[in-house]
Design a protein around this ligand. Sequence first.
Ligand code: FES
Ligand code: FES
Length: 534
Amino acid sequence: MADGSARTSYPRPTVRPSPFSPASFQAPSRTLVVDETLRDGLQSASAENPPIADKRALLHAMAAIGVDVVSIGLPAASPAAVDDAAALLREIVDRKLPLIPTAAARTMPSDVSAIAEVSQRGGAPVEVYAFIGSSPIRHYTEGWSDSFLVDHIVATGEAARREGLPFCLVTEDTTRAPPTTLGKMWSAALDVGATRLCLCDTVGHADPRGVFALVAYARDFLVARGASHVELDWHGHDDRGLALGNALAAAITGVQRVHGTALGIGERSGNVALEPLLYNLAEIGRRSPVALPALRHFSDTAARALGRKVGAFAPLVGDRSRELDRARATPAVLGGEVRAAPAVAVAVDDGVEERLPLTLRLNGERVHADVPASRTLLELLRYDLDHIGTRQGCDKGDCGACTVLVDGEPVLSCLTLAAQCDGREVDTVEGLRGPPELDPLLDAFDRCGAGQCGFCTPGMLMTAQALLAQQPRPTRDTIRMAISGNLCRCTGYGPIVSAIDLAAKIRAGEEPRGVGLPGAHVPPPLPPAKDRAR
Ligand code: FES
Ligand code: FES
């Protein structure tokens, strides 16, 4: 390491067989998550200390995403910090939020007193997370001896015991500490009744192999001390970009709690970001899945409170992720709100599906139809009204080939009931044709070679049509986002993006129309279905 401290390897204590050997180790079935946003997150140089109302709002957002444990601050930092921590505890108690409150303390009895005051004012016990450096570089710099460390741990643990507060020893920089030093510090904590030990990768030093070794070493240590009831926490930073992987490794190896902050806000490169942590703990079966809207609300609330932005590319919660989800999951592929369709009563009587009369405007023309309640708009268009330009691809909302416009909004017609379109305007690719002039979209697709087999093309065209109606001069990025719900198997998306860009320019009068270019003539319409051989 740059500061000269050596990498540490952790010898196994002599107690065998280890309950954490691969054959017998059973990790806890559920990993709890600790939100450190209002403590470690606020140590980021670019984070603002929010007003108490914002902190309260953040508590509720944490509860909504299933955070289990929250740090309500470092009360000994100032009288204002005591007031804030007490107010947050009061909120947890009064609003019955399912959050276990903890607070940070230096390893000093006076810091425990500040937490005790918070506990009394807030009306609930607060777990004391008392931290002290454990790395040789820190000890050298501060001039700390082993006995200094042990004395402070014992005095602080005893203070917590007197106050009746659970005590956790947080060994800062655990990943760079020698096992002998850790052994002395942990033993002192156990002697004064610590209920948990927090292992820290304070400078983002570790990789997952080291995490496995350290956690296994700590578990073996506890078993050897007859203290297997004592639980472990993992607290990591992201200096090497490994914070999330390390936290998952710790969970797999058997820590009961892992720490993180909203958006990973914290010192230097930050902490483990809670959003992907929660998501991925669910993916590996350690927690229930969390709903993305709640996760995004949490990120937004935290960003607002701490004066930060949610990065456009932040996993799960950034704008890119939100837009892609919207495009995939909803009929409106442009990211606008999906208009509420009128509810369609299920019309089944004695097992016979009733037919429903409907009237709509199709490409500007009034159309009447009588359809079974289960008829999709796609079926109505293709099989009843002979508008076969609209493609039937996956028939389950994946491909976008069936995109048409309903009241100007792009919808997947395979997922839209025909009866929902009663009284509405429906536009299909057939409506794009001339005469007298070729539509700029058809012109541009032709000039750019934006279609090959053409299967995706009608859906692409209708998506583009809606985009250009809403944004006459979109950027290429906006175009990419708009068509992200439309799949193309052949051409690739580059020419399609170029074509939509060109169509926008043609419509704006910045580019000439492609008169005379190959394919610029309008093919005659197909004869009606009844006249075609089947
Ligand atoms: S056919 Fe509708 S999305 Fe594929
Ligand atoms: S051109 Fe063939 S699927 Fe797009």
